[in-house]
Design a protein around this ligand. Sequence first.
Ligand code: HEC
Length: 103
Amino acid sequence: MGGSITSSARADMIVTEGVQPWEICGECHGLDGVSPVARFPSLAGQRPAYIVKQVRDFRDGRRANDGGQMAANASDIGEADIAKAAAYFSALLPPAPMSSDLQ
Ligand code: HEC
């Protein structure tokens, strides 16, 4: 197929082999943890414990406000990889505030 690299954020096309756990999350949440799409919350700078809890809550059905996208991902990822992804995103710089007009 020519070997070209294509990128896609469709949940059913995410390749999970040979990639770091946060690269999977980055397909939706942004690899720098700053999401370009309002539908996907930014993860950069969030506390690791918060990220881990949300992922577990989606996985275990305690949180389900995302149309099933997180549950599909969270059920594929092991506890060790959840912790790795949480550590990765928490270490990144959080996004700047949306607007200073709100003050
Ligand atoms: C297919 C897209 C997609 C992928 C891949 C994905 N997420 Fe999400 N994630 C979402 C959506 C959608 C929400 C819910 C947004 C909302 O609450 O409105 C969400 C919510 C979250 C939240 C809650 C954030 C908050 O402040 O409420 C965390 C934490 C999170 N995801 C972490 C992860 C991690 C870690 C991974 C990788 C293991 C991951 N996500 C992979 C789409 C995705």
